[in-house]
Design a protein around this ligand. Sequence first.
Ligand code: 5GP
Length: 224
Amino acid sequence: MAEEKTEKGALLVISGFSGVGKGTVIRKLMSAHPDYAFSVSATTRPPRPGEVHGKDYFFVDRDTFEQWVKEDRFLEYARFFEKAYGTLKDHVEDLRNQGKTVILDIEVEGARNVMKACPDAVSVYIIPPSAAELRRRIEGRGTETPEQIRARMEKALAEADIVPEYRHLVVNDSAEEAADEIHGLLHSRKKTRVPRRRALEMTRQIQSDLRKFLQEDENCDKIN
Ligand code: 5GP
């Protein structure tokens, strides 16, 4: 009897403003649908409380990461916040060959490289409902110093220029709805709740508000 061949799974690239709640959206998507799998990246940053090696990331030291770069084991990798992050080729291929839709939770530079290397990849950028909400979420996480929060807001600001390169823009007002929306985009060719044009306007507004926040913080620092 001929062996039944599993259809290769899709590649789903998900990026979003730092602190937007991407992780929650991805967890909702995966718990609602068993046919998604998370691509576990390698990183040189230390684990946050509760993060598990092999589940959230492969936490490796610098030498190991550099060795893997030399061995061409990454589909893409990027360096920022003085740390390195990379997507492992074999890991992604294994999951896709099992028919899983593989979710890459990666930032914009890496996403750009994946979109170039794999034009079939479906790319989604998640935006917050507003800059104030984004700031609230970053500060609320409570795991970062004021300098790290500032660095994240600066990165969010810089990333906003690349948002139009993504195929779909999804607003994360509710993680559940955002997850349903992403599933609908992939499987039922549904449209996003917020039309692309409006989402791009929102992105520009967020960029301008983030600039104001950073400026205000700088002025405060000068006074204190
Ligand atoms: P965090 O340190 O908060 O877990 O992640 C910081 C950023 O790194 C997030 O925007 C996340 O999407 C991105 N990231 C995680 N893994 C990878 C990866 O393998 N490659 C790239 N380019 N970015 C990644």
